[in-house]
Design a protein around this ligand. Structure first.
Ligand code: SF4
Length: 236
């Protein structure tokens, strides 16, 4: 059973913060909290340092973030919690509980490989919206995730997520980053997995080591952690 009274450990995983994003949560002004650690090894990952080597990044002191949320809650519309993979963080529920003390809605980005955690967070009312990556056809998950996930596991985990989404459609949306090797047929296959009435947002992949930030268009207006990095530990 998830415990929500031990957030201290989770705050140690906060290794990035973005004060304001106008595109991460469509239609909302949100800030972004980046949590270190990930259960996958996607070769296309843009956040390798955060995902696999977070201890090389500084901890952001919780009081600074809490004060920011408290002081800006009047005009900020929400908080995005991303990674890495947030569902791998010990004490995540407690951290989300503390974030919610600000009164702001929470969006959580996830690769969908820990459906039990998603179900619990949903049932506890700690997350308003889950943005779930569907990385491609189940058969390509081993290649897409650095062989961290088998085809069978990808299918089992995402089908459980899809079941949750079918029951709570307002709480989920799905997206795919068109990384190298994913064809139009692959995107159609991934789209076909979704429950009825869901759409799959396709995001263009921007290769790492690009010094010019990707230009946001309507098509790629919802960056996921395959292209978004904690650009700085900015808290005023
Ligand atoms: S792309 Fe996302 S899921 Fe894949 S390794 Fe990077 S942080 Fe983890």
């Amino acid at each position: 059973m998830m415990r929500i009274n031990e957030p201290a450990e989770a705050w140690k995983y906060v290794r990035g913060f973005e004060n304001l994003s106008l595109c991460d949560w469509p239609g909302l002004h949100s800030c972004i909290i980046f949590l270190g650690g990930c259960n996958l090894r996607c070769p296309t990952c843009h956040n390798g340092q955060l995902a696999w080597d977070m201890h090389t990044l500084p901890i952001i002191e919780p009081p600074r973030i809490k004060a920011y949320l408290r002081d800006r809650a009047g005009w900020l519309d929400g908080v995005t919690v991303t990674g890495g993979e947030p569902t791998t963080v010990p004490g995540l529920a407690g951290l989300l509980f503390e974030i919610r003390q600000s009164g702001l809605p929470v969006k959580l980005d996830t690769n969908g490989m820990r459906p039990d955690m998603v179900r619990e967070l949903l049932s506890l009312g700690l997350v308003d919206v889950f943005a779930v990556d569907v990385k491609g056809p189940f058969a390509k998950y081993p290649a897409l995730t650095g062989h961290a996930v088998s085809e069978i596991a990808a299918r089992a985990n995402l089908e459980r997520i899809f079941g949750l989404a079918a029951a709570r459609p307002e709480a989920f949306y799905f997206r795919t980053t068109q990384v190298p090797g994913l064809t139009e047929d692959d995107l159609a296959t991934a789209r076909g997995y979704l429950p009825p009435d869901f759409t799959l947002t396709i995001q263009k992949y921007v290769p790492p080591h690009t010094h010019v930030p990707p230009r946001r268009t309507q098509e790629n207006a919802q960056p996921n952690h395959e292209e978004r990095r904690p650009v700085g530990n900015v808290v005023n």
